[in-house]
Design a protein around this ligand. Structure first.
Ligand code: ZN
Ligand code: ZN
Length: 888
C-alpha cells in the first residue's frame, strides 16, 4: 500500500524534517577517497560571520546546491566545503557598536579583552548562518566546516606570510595608502568606492622668493594640504617657467620656502601648468617626491584632524581646516579664485567616510610576479570562466594591478607575524613566536597590525583542506572542480585565490568559475534596507516553501542577466510543487488496486515495459528531458533546466500522461503494465527534479518506495541517463497530435456550448499520423467523450469545421445544436463585434486621435480592430454554415 499523503501540500510540514534528517544522518559528508570513484569538490564563498543570509546568498547557494546534488547523483564523491569568514573590519565594527551601546569602548578594554569579546560574540551568533543554510537544504559536508580564524587556517596564513616574506614578495615600507579616518586603518584600492561629486578648485598664489610681486599660481581641491607642500613642479618643456627652475617659492601661510622643480607630473596644457607637490597626502606626489628625493610632511592624524605640523590649524578637523585655510588665503590676498569642480571622491567601502590619501608604514605584497603566473593559467585554459567575458575583465585588471597593502590597523584578524627589538632595531618575521631578540636577547614587541581579511580568504581552497600538511583531502579535492560566486568579488577574492593557489600549490585552485547574476527587486532596483525593498530569504521560504524559492531563483538565473525577483513567481512555483504533490496523490490512490506492483529498482533505465504508445511517449520525453538537463547543468544554464522540468511536469506528465494513464488503469487489459510504467516514470521524473526541488522530491520518492527505498535518500539515487535510442520522434509527434485533437474537441464543445458528457461524432482526416491511430482514437474518445470516424478527406466543410497542420475535423452538430438559439447567439455576438469594430475604426480614421495618441496606444488600437474584423468574419462564416444546415 502507498502511504496516504496530506490533502494539501504544506512545505512547512516537510522541509524542516528533511533538513534535519539530512544533517543528522551525515548524508553529505564526502567519503574517504577511493580508486574508481571520481572526486568532485567546491568550496563555499565564505559568508561574513557577522551576517545573516540575504537573497544573494540564497541564489548562490541554490545554484551551488543544484550542481552539487547533480554531481553527487552522477556518482561522484562530492565535497561541498562550508565555512565563514572572520570579516575583519565588518565584524570589528559590529562588535564595537554593540559595546558602545553598553557604554564600553575597544580602547578602554584593551586588545586582549576586546578580541575575547569578539570571540564570545562569534560563538553566540556565528552559528546563525549554518542554521540558515541547513534550513535551505544546502547539501554541505558540515564535518569539514571551517572558519578563517580557526587554528588550522591561522597556521596556513602564517606559513604563506613568512614564505612570501622570505621570497621577497612581502615587504614593509612607508607608502601612500588609502586611509579611513573613521575605521582608523589603511584599506586597499578595492575597498575604496569612487563616486562623482562636486568640489571646489582653489587657485592659490605662491610668492617667488627674491622677486617681490611675482607669483606662481597652482590649483588644488584640498587647500589644507598646502601645509604639507614640499615643492612646486613645472614641466621641463614649459618655456613660461624655465627661468624659475632652481628658484624657491613661499608656501602660503607657512613662511616655508620650497624649490621649483622640473617634472612631467606638471602638464603645460592643464591649469596654469604649475602644480604643488605634497608627497605625504597624494599618491602621484608621493612618486614625484621619490624621484626628487623630497622630504615627506604629514599634517593629518589617524582621525583626520590636523596634527602638530599644521601650526595654527592643529586640532581642526580636515574639512574645518579646509574652510579656515581658504579664508586665510583670501585675507592674505593669495587666493586667485575659486571654481566649482567635478571630481571623483573616494569613500570607505565599509563606513562611507571620505578616504584620505596619507603616508604611513604598511605591509605590502609585491604583486606583479604572482599576477604574471595567474594570468598564464587562465590564458592556457586551465581555468574556464562562464560567462566568458569575465576572463577579459580579469586580464585587464591583472595587467594594471598595484602592490597590495595587506596590513590593517585593526584588532580582529590574523596578527602580522613580525616582531621588533627596540634595543637593537632588529625585525624578525617568523613561523613560531620568538622568545626574545636573537641579536641582543632583549624584549620583543609584535607588530600591532592584522592582515587584510582577503589575505586569509585568498588561501581558502587549500587552507580549508589542511595545507600546509599534505593531507588526504588535499590530494583528493585540490584543485577544486568549480567556483560559483558573484562578480563583485572577482578581484578581491577570485583573482587572489588564483595568484596564491598557483604560487603555493603549483596548480589552479579551481578548474571552472561560474559568475552568477545579482538579485534585484521586481523593478530591477538594488535591494537595500533603506529602500525597504529587501526580500528576506527565510521569510519567503517560510511562506512559499524552500523548493518554490529555489525553483524561482533557478528559473530566473540566465547567465549574465540580473534577476528581477518578484514574489508572484514564488507563488507560481509553489503551485508547481503543489501540482507534483497532487500528481503523487493521484498516482498513489489509483495504484492502490495493484497490491503486487513491483518496486522500482535501484537503477532507472527510463525504458517502458510493453509497447503501448503512451508509455513509449512518456519515456521518450523522459530521455529527452534527461539529456537536455545534462547539457543545461553542464553549461550553468539553470534557467533552461528549470524551464525544461516545469514544462515536462506540468504540460506533459500531469496534464496528459496522468489523464491517459487513468483511462488505461480502469481497463481490464494492460492495466498492470500501465501501472508499472506509471510508477517507473514518476520515479525517474522525481530524480530529475531532485537537484532543484530537493524537499518535495525526497518526501514523494520515499513515499513512492513504500518504506523500502533502494537508497537511503533520493540524493544518492543515480541521476537518470538519457538513452538516445529511447527517444522516438514519431511517437512524440503522434501524442502531440492527440493533444491537439483533444484540445480542438474541447474548444468545439465550449464554442458550441455542448455539455461535456454529450456524445459527439467527429469525422477526422489525418495527414500522416495513421500509425498512432488506434491508440489516439481510444484516448481521444475517453478524454473528450468523442467518437472519431476516420475518413480520407472532408469534402464539404460544414458547421464547426476545423483544420490544423496534422488533420481536419468535421463534428456532426446536427441535433446537438439548437439552430434557432445558436443563430440568435451568433447574431448578438456579431452585432457586438460590429459595434466595437466601428468605434475602433472611427478612432483610427480621426486625424486628431492619430496625432495625439502615443505609438503604443495607436498600435494597440490597430491590433484590436484587426482582431474584431477577424471575429466578425468568423461569426459571418458560422452564420452562413448555420443557414446552410437549416436548409437541409
Ligand atoms: Zn571606514
Ligand atoms: Zn635586539
Amino acid at each position: 500500500m502507498f502511504p496516504e499523503l496530506e490533502k494539501v501540500y504544506t512545505p512547512q510540514h516537510i522541509e524542516p524534517r528533511w533538513a534535519r534528517t539530512w544533517v543528522e544522518q551525515r548524508y553529505f559528508q564526502a567519503a574517504e577517497p577511493r580508486p574508481g570513484k571520481e572526486n568532485w569538490s567546491l568550496v563555499i564563498p565564505p559568508p561574513n560571520v557577522t551576517g545573516s543570509l540575504h537573497m544573494g546568498h540564497m541564489l548562490e547557494h541554490t545554484l551551488i546546491d543544484i550542481t552539487v546534488r547533480w554531481q553527487r547523483m552522477r556518482g561522484k564523491n562530492v565535497l561541498w566545503l562550508p565555512g565563514t569568514d572572520h570579516a575583519g573590519i565588518a565584524t570589528q565594527m559590529v562588535v564595537e557598536r554593540s559595546l558602545a551601546a553598553e557604554g564600553k569602548s575597544r580602547q578602554e578594554m584593551g586588545r586582549e579583552a576586546f578580541t575575547e569579546a569578539v570571540w564570545a560574540w562569534k560563538r553566540q551568533s556565528g552559528d546563525r548562518i549554518r542554521e540558515q543554510m541547513i534550513r535551505l537544504g544546502a547539501s554541505c559536508d558540515w564535518s569539514r566546516e571551517r572558519f578563517t580564524l580557526d587554528a588550522g587556517l591561522s597556521r596556513a596564513v602564517r606559513e604563506v606570510f613568512v614564505t612570501l616574506y622570505e621570497q621577497g614578495l612581502i615587504y614593509r615600507g612607508r607608502y601612500i595608502v588609502n586611509w579611513c579616518p573613521r575605521c582608523q586603518t589603511a584599506v586597499s584600492d578595492l575597498e575604496v568606492t569612487h563616486e562623482a561629486a562636486t568640489g571646489k578648485l582653489y587657485q592659490v598664489r605662491y610668492a617667488v622668493v627674491g622677486e617681490p610681486g611675482t607669483y606662481l599660481t597652482v590649483a588644488t581641491t584640498r587647500p589644507e594640504t598646502i601645509l604639507a607642500d614640499v615643492a612646486v613642479a613645472v614641466n621641463p618643456r614649459d618655456e613660461r617657467y624655465r627661468h624659475l627652475l632652481g628658484r624657491h617659492v613661499e608656501v602660503p601661510l607657512t613662511g616655508r620656502a620650497v624649490p621649483v622643480i622640473a617634472d612631467e607630473i606638471a602638464q603645460p596644457e592643464f591649469g596654469t601648468g604649475a602644480v604643488k607637490i605634497t608627497p605625504g597626502h597624494d599618491a602621484n606626489d608621493f612618486a614625484a617626491g621619490e624621484r626628487h628625493h623630497l622630504p615627506q610632511l604629514v599634517i593629518l592624524d589617524d582621525t583626520g584632524r590636523m596634527n602638530e605640523h599644521a601650526g595654527a590649524y592643529a586640532g581642526l578637523d580636515r574639512f574645518a581646516a579646509r574652510e579656515r585655510v581658504a579664508e586665510d588665503l583670501q585675507q592674505a590676498g593669495l587666493l586667485a579664485g575659486i571654481q566649482d569642480h567635478a571630481l571623483s571622491l573616494g569613500r570607505c567601502q565599509r563606513c562611507r567616510t571620505v578616504i584620505e590619501p596619507r603616508i604611513s608604514t604598511q605591509w605590502f605584497v609585491k604583486i606583479a610576479p604572482l599576477a604574471q603566473d595567474a594570468v598564464k593559467v587562465v590564458e592556457q585554459g586551465k581555468i574556464r570562466f562562464t560567462p566568458e567575458n569575465n576572463a577579459k575583465i580579469y586580464f585587464d585588471w591583472m595587467a594594471n594591478i598595484h602592490d597590495w597593502c595587506i596590513s590593517r590597523q585593526l584588532w580582529w584578524g590574523h596578527r602580522i607575524p613580525a616582531w621588533y627589538c627596540d634595543r637593537c632595531g632588529t625585525m624578525i618575521v617568523a613561523r613560531e613566536d620568538p622568545a626574545g631578540c636573537p641579536g641582543c636577547a632583549g624584549p620583543l614587541r609584535q607588530d600591532t597590525d592584522v592582515l587584510d581579511t582577503w589575505f586569509s580568504s585568498g588561501l581558502w581552497p587549500f587552507s580549508t583542506l589542511g595545507w600546509p600538511e599534505p593531507t588526504a583531502d588535499l590530494a583528493a579535492f585540490y584543485p577544486t572542480s568549480l567556483l560559483i560566486t558573484g562578480f563583485d568579488i572577482l578581484f578581491f577574492w577570485v583573482a587572489r585565490m588564483i595568484m596564491l593557489g598557483v604560487h603555493f600549490m603549483g596548480d589552479v585552485p579551481f578548474r571552472e568559475v561560474y559568475i552568477h547574476a545579482l538579485v534585484r527587486d521586481a523593478d530591477k532596483q538594488k535591494m537595500s534596507k533603506t529602500k525597504g525593498n529587501v526580500i528576506d530569504p527565510l521569510a519567503v521560504t517560510e511562506k512559499y516553501g524552500t523548493d518554490a524559492v529555489r525553483f524561482t531563483l533557478a528559473a530566473m538565473a540566465a547567465p549574465g542577466t540580473d534577476i528581477a525577483l518578484a514574489e508572484e513567481r514564488m507563488q507560481g512555483y509553489a503551485a508547481f510543487a503543489n501540482k507534483i504533490w497532487n500528481a503523487a496523490r493521484f498516482i498513489f490512490m489509483n495504484l492502490s488496486q495493484f497490491p503486487h506492483l513491483a518496486a522500482v529498482g535501484s537503477e532507472v533505465t527510463l525504458r517502458a515495459q510493453g509497447d503501448h504508445p503512451v508509455d513509449a511517449w512518456i519515456f521518450s520525453r523522459l530521455n529527452a528531458v534527461a539529456g537536455r538537463l545534462e547539457r543545461s547543468l553542464a553549461e550553468y544554464r539553470y534557467h533552461d533546466a528549470a524551464d525544461t522540468l516545469y514544462h515536462f511536469f506540468w504540460d506533459e506528465f500531469c496534464d496528459w500522461y496522468l489523464e491517459l494513464s487513468k483511462i488505461r488503469l480502469q481497463q481490464s487489459e494492460g492495466a498492470e503494465v500501465a501501472a508499472a510504467n506509471l510508477v517507473a516514470a514518476f520515479e525517474g521524473a522525481l530524480r530529475l527534479l531532485h537537484p532543484v526541488m530537493p524537499f518535495v522530491t525526497e518526501e514523494l520518492w520515499q513515499a513512492l518506495h513504500r518504506g523500502a527505498p533502494p537508497y537511503t535518500t533520493i540524493a544518492f539515487a543515480p541521476f537518470p541517463r538519457s538513452d538516445g535510442s529511447a527517444i522516438q520522434p514519431e511517437v512524440e509527434a503522434g501524442l502531440e497530435a492527440l493533444q491537439v485533437v483533444v484540445s480542438q474537441i474541447r474548444s468545439l464543445r465550449s464554442f458550441w456550448q455542448l455539455a461535456p458528457k454529450a456524445p459527439l461524432r467527429i469525422a477526422v482526416a489525418w495527414r500522416g499520423q495513421e500509425r498512432q491511430l488506434p491508440a489516439i482514437q481510444a484516448a481521444a474518445q475517453a478524454l473528450a467523450n468523442a467518437e472519431l470516424v476516420p475518413v480520407e478527406r472532408i469534402a464539404a466543410q460544414g458547421l464547426g469545421f476545423v483544420t490544423t497542420p496534422g488533420f481536419d475535423l468535421q463534428p456532426e452538430l446536427r441535433g446537438l445544436v439548437n439552430l434557432d438559439a445558436e443563430r440568435q447567439r451568433l447574431e448578438k455576438e456579431r452585432a457586438t463585434h460590429a459595434t466595437r469594430l466601428a468605434t475602433a475604426q472611427a478612432k483610427l480614421a480621426s486625424e486628431g486621435f492619430r496625432q495625439r495618441a502615443n505609438p503604443g496606444v495607436l498600435a494597440e488600437t490597430e491590433r484590436i480592430a484587426a482582431e474584431l474584423a477577424r471575429q466578425l468574419e468568423h461569426a459571418d462564416a458560422s452564420l452562413r454554415a448555420l443557414a446552410e444546415m437549416a436548409k437541409n
